[in-house]
Design a protein around this ligand. Structure first.
Ligand code: HEC
Ligand code: HEC
Length: 216
């Protein structure tokens, strides 16, 4: 064996070794985790991970891996409470959480229009989304969630394209205390300052696929 081929084979072995032991994210998504209580995600989050809007099941495809794994850990540590996902998250191992989050983050998501480049309708919901209401200490949602609500970095999740029923449920969860996992309580104040009608309207605003009525 030449020294070069020895190096090549050696590096192949090093590359192959961790994958043989690591959890398989795609398999967890389609078939579930090693513990049968960790049901396959695909059944509720849809074949492409884009969620099932009619049921209020959120999209996971293209969400940041850091955000996804944090949510699963939050169900385990009790700062996020929900009867379906809580036992499921508890049945996943740390390795499985890491693997399935990385897999989901790699799935393609629908493109989101950039609101900054669009003609913005002047209605109260759009104003709240873009500029907030400083009289009530509500910053604009897009200031943290990115243009069009498309998400920013690992910790500010996208709102765009999530089912309206899911977005309403999350804002209400902060209001009733069943979700208290937001870093520095960034969301609880925002959610509590909003009226029921605003919660519904803002959810419908971001749930619209890509603001098709205005072209970039
Ligand atoms: C039986 C249905 C069901 C199955 C199976 C399921 N989920 Fe969920 N999932 C839900 C529901 C319902 C919610 C919304 C929970 C809420 O309202 O807080 C959710 C929410 C989530 C969220 C939060 C998304 C966000 O934007 O914060 C993550 C992450 C998640 N699920 C991951 C998974 C993973 C990973 C699997 C597979 C191992 C899985 N789910 C399997 C029903 C399910
Ligand atoms: C100061 C920053 C900030 C502002 C402003 C903000 N958010 Fe958030 N929001 C966050 C963070 C951070 C999270 C993720 C918290 C976590 O880790 O679970 C979040 C999460 C959410 C979620 C849950 C998403 C999911 O996938 O479960 C919803 C819904 C939401 N925000 C709606 C809004 C709306 C509507 C507004 C405007 C009225 C808004 N946010 C303004 C920081 C912000």
């Amino acid at each position: 064996m030449t020294p070069l081929s020895r190096v090549v084979i050696g590096s192949l072995l090093i590359l192959a070794w961790p994958t043989a032991h690591a959890a398989d994210g795609q398999k967890i998504f389609t078939q579930g985790g090693a513990n049968p209580a960790a049901m396959a995600c695909i059944g509720c989050h849809g074949p492409d991970g884009k969620g099932i809007a009619a049921a209020g099941f959120p999209r996971l495809a293209g969400l940041p891996a850091g955000y996804l794994s944090k949510q699963l850990q939050d169900w385990r540590n009790g700062t996020r409470k929900q009867p379906v996902m809580e036992p499921l998250a508890k049945a996943l191992s740390d390795d499985e959480i890491k693997a399935v989050s990385a897999y989901l983050a790699s799935l393609p998501a629908e493109p989101v229009a950039d609101l900054r480049r669009q003609q913005i309708a002047d209605d109260p919901t759009t104003r709240l989304a873009l500029y907030g209401d400083w009289g009530r200490q509500i910053p604009g949602c897009v200031q943290c969630h990115g243009p069009g609500g498309s998400g920013v970095g690992e910790h500010f999740p996208p709102l765009a394209g999530q089912p309206a029923a899911y977005l309403v449920a999350q804002l209400n969860a902060w209001r009733d205390g069943s979700r208290s996992n937001d870093p520095n309580q960034l969301m609880v104040g925002v959610a509590k300052a909003m009226t029921d009608d605003e919660v519904k309207a803002i959810a419908a605003f971001f749930a619209r696929p890509a603001h098709p009525e205005v072209t970039p």
